[in-house]
Write a protein that binds this ligand. Sequence first.
Ligand SMILES: Nc1ncnc2c1ncn2[C@@H]1O[C@H](COP(=O)(O)OP(=O)(O)OP(=O)(O)O)[C@@H](O)[C@H]1O
Ligand SMILES: [Mg+2]
Length: 265
Amino acid sequence: MQPLANITPLKPAGGVEVRNVGQIFRTATQDVVALEDVSFDVKPGRFVVLVGPSGCGKSTLLMMLAGLRQQTSGTITVSGAPIREPDPNRVGVVFQEPSLFPWLTAEENVEFPLALRGVPKSDRRTRAQEAIELVGLGGFGKRHPHELSGGMKQRVSIARGLVQDPPVLLMDEPFAALDEQTRMTMGDELLRIWGATGKTVVFVTHSLTEAVYLADEVIVMSPRPGRIVDHLQVSLPRPRTYEMLSGDAFGSLRDRIWQHIRRSA
Ligand SMILES: Nc1ncnc2c1ncn2[C@@H]1O[C@H](COP(=O)(O)OP(=O)(O)OP(=O)(O)O)[C@@H](O)[C@H]1O
Ligand SMILES: [Mg+2]
């Protein structure tokens, strides 16, 4: 038997279960049904991408998975327990806009969630530095956001989502503001980090190419009220390569998603 010290501890990644979830926004003038009867499972360690027309409830769904909003009906469990409030030990979130504090350095921004939880200074510095290395920003920790490119800021934001080592990472259009080249690079980078950490990822995008390139599974939603209209398995081999983008298997998956979106336009 191997001595324990030689075995890398694997934190069990969290599964996500969404059952018959609905969300109704009650405004002064009307009730807006944002989501209706949404059910799906994300198995631990899977990379699942959500796509669907604008306004179909993707961000609302992520907010609920993050415990930032409660569903009107149905149940959501993350790592086997209901999620009723933000729990950084279970779920990390990366939004479209990096939303970094401009007066803090990259490292301090990454440390921030740990500081909020009262993690001692030296421990949080070490963990922030590890997360910054992991996203490929080693050497840039002392820079302020205005000294970083858009892609670098997004990396800081991902490091902040990873720093508490949650088993589940939620990402809402994290690369939407980036140019195409940076976006491709960031996609590869994210897959590398995902491969190295074994996290469960739920990722929202409008790019069908990005969806198929990144995903193990793609969930397609209808226009509002958002429902699930398809759930595809992407069985392309990993690592994914640029050449795959022009292959038949890739094209037919992308077409299948596009047919759903086009029908709903
Ligand atoms: N706080 C709120 N109050 C009222 N309606 C809301 C609220 N938040 C979202 N909505 C409505 O719920 C629906 C879903 O919004 P959501 O932001 O989840 O869509 P989305 O799929 O993320 O869209 P996009 O692709 O444009 O980001 C929309 O019709 C939106 O107007
Ligand atoms: Mg959104």
